[in-house]
Design a protein around this ligand. Structure first.
Ligand code: CO
Length: 166
């Protein structure tokens, strides 16, 4: 699959709900897992591979998660800072502050509704990918000083607006 790089317009679009979970979607999810692993990522959202629908995959500690129509039901009060990167913004890593814990609901590829609390890296990755579905990137959430330091790199990336093939 091709991964779209900043600032392809699809990365800024709010994605729409999935209305049918079928073999076609399951195949796409499998392809996305492969692409994510080849790219050495821990998460990949549908719009990063050109599909403006609300689903993403996570691969954390040998566990794969296929997340469809996710909702974040609650955000914990405690916030933590952690360095993030993104397969659509290659070579840039910056600290982002986010709630430590969240409570989520989503559907898996077998139409099971799953509700659980997430913490640590899983919570972090879920929030990052969830933002993608709303057209939000982690660089939108870094400090102005931090953004200024990567301004040039982003401008060049934006001008090229290429895709990465995996
Ligand atoms: Co990302």
């Amino acid at each position: 699959m091709n991964i779209y790089v900043y600032e392809n317009p699809i990365l800024r679009k709010k994605s729409t709900e999935v209305d049918k979970i079928d073999d076609n979607l399951r195949e796409i999810l499998d392809e996305m897992v492969k692409t994510m692993k080849l790219a050495n990522g821990i998460g990949l959202a549908a719009n990063q591979v050109g599909i403006d629908k609300r689903f993403f995959v996570l691969g954390i500690e040998n566990e794969v998660y296929k997340i469809i129509n996710p909702e974040i039901l609650e955000y914990g009060e405690e916030e933590v800072e952690f360095e993030e990167g993104c397969l659509s913004i290659p070579g840039i890593y910056r600290k982002v502050t986010r709630p430590k814990k969240i409570k989520v609901r989503y559907m898996d590829e077998n139409e099971n509704i799953i509700e659980k609390e997430l913490d640590e890296i899983l919570s972090r990755a879920f929030q990052h990918e969830y933002d993608h579905l709303d057209g939000v990137l982690f660089i939108d959430k870094i400090s102005p000083l931090s953004r200024n330091l990567i301004r040039k790199k982003l401008e060049i990336m934006k001008k090229n607006s290429r895709t990465r093939e995996f």
